[in-house]
Design a protein around this ligand. Sequence first.
Ligand SMILES: Cc1cc2nc3c(=O)[nH]c(=O)nc-3n(C[C@H](O)[C@H](O)[C@H](O)COP(=O)(O)OP(=O)(O)OC[C@H]3O[C@@H](n4cnc5c(N)ncnc54)[C@H](O)[C@@H]3O)c2cc1C
Length: 465
Amino acid sequence: MPIANPFDDAMLHHLRDRLRGAVLAPGDDGYDAARTVWNDRLASRPAVVARCTGAADVMAAVDLARANDLRLSVKGGGHDYAGQSAGEGGLMIDLSPMDGVRIDPRSKTAQVQAGATWGAFDHEAQAFGLAAPGPTVSTVGVAGSTLGGGTGYLARKHGLALDHLIGADVVTAEGDLVHASEDDHPELFWGLRGGSGNFGVVTAFEFRLHEVGPEVLAGQIVHPLEAAREGLQFYRAFMADAPDDLQVYAFFVRVPPIPAFPEEYHGKTALDFVVAYAGDLAEGEEILHPIREFGDPMLDGVRPQSYIALQQTFDEGVPKGHRWYSRAHFFDRLSDGTIDTVIDHVDPLPGGFTMVYFEPMGGAIRRVDPTATAFPHREASYGFQVLSGWTDSGEDDEIMEWTRAFHEAMTPDASGGVYVNLLSADEEDRIRSAYGANYDRLAALKNRWDPENLFQMNHNVPPAA
Ligand SMILES: Cc1cc2nc3c(=O)[nH]c(=O)nc-3n(C[C@H](O)[C@H](O)[C@H](O)COP(=O)(O)OP(=O)(O)OC[C@H]3O[C@@H](n4cnc5c(N)ncnc54)[C@H](O)[C@@H]3O)c2cc1C
């Protein structure tokens, strides 16, 4: 259970004396904006939000939390499905004022503060035609996604976000600032790459970058649900031979009521291939030919576009402030039975914002040994997520039950394990499988760096007994 001593006025004054950033209590201007996280279903009211401006502020906040056994939460981009970046009644470290990004185009590296979003990172890096692989929504925080993994359009080509870490500055449970890299505290560096927020507060990351774009060949190819079975069978064969430059997600979403889609399909579930080819554009046209020729899509929006535009495609479809619930799996293969189970469940999709998708893995993700970093799921062929989204709290029980039942139906064919960044708050029983074969090593590392489990508002690995 999280430690949770109450916050008192003396602590508030102490923090206000020591921090350069704002220290906000309920009722203060900016408190609500600072405490807000993406998943409104799990909105919490911390006693105090420390809007840190640098490592010194973070060290002071960690010292206070440790000395007083406060519930401590850490917000990078605030997009955790489990809503753990805001802890009820506790001290919340809000890193969003620390959103600086510095690119060194000569060494192709980036220094990224831990409150930056991928939108900010891509903006700076793409000015030099560079990028590190990151998630498919630009409002997601660099911190949480990288500490857990970081899959996206470039992951098959270049690997996960965490595979690009060169080093990180970390405020430890003792309130010290240490640097972790292959040379400095290498075991801590290993654990930061997949062990989530268990070992300290990262204040800055250093990434290796690749040349990307600035144009990629990307867009959506949308088919009516009637074509979904044949469509997924085609997709399975197509992705089996796909080059690493290509990523294609298979989404099930509701067709939006906009003129780009025939009216007869508005509001209905559709199969949406979300395509991104990050190599030579002319070669991409050839490679994408079969998937663009398949069936009779209601929309083919594939075109050269900027990598930044691609990264922002879904930003408006997953707005902050709705109610969200996630369930995820990995699959080694898409059997006909798996395909049938999906199709049996997606019509209709409940809530206005629900989506279901397969995400091909493989490529550069698989070329890293499962124990080389703390992210263990290197062998999986597909990620899978049911992400339910709605606005009316009266629908909570029904939609969450639908999500669980769908997930349960997919379980027999799944390969085991779950991506830690997709876990919900009520999945404590799956945490061990999220860290897989690396769990015991992470627990030993927790002993070394956080034996009192100060950092437990995360997918927690308690210290080894
Ligand atoms: C709309 C949406 C789209 C997504 N798409 C993808 C995707 O394409 N690929 C993918 O891999 N993931 C994706 N995710 C999942 C995402 O990687 C996780 O939700 C991730 O935790 C978000 O990071 P954050 O910094 O925004 O979140 P936060 O809520 O700020 O942080 C999550 C947790 O990480 C820890 N943490 C955060 N910052 C720090 C820090 N500086 N130091 C130590 N610990 C810290 C804390 O334990 C915190 O509770 C998506 C999530 C959403 C909501």
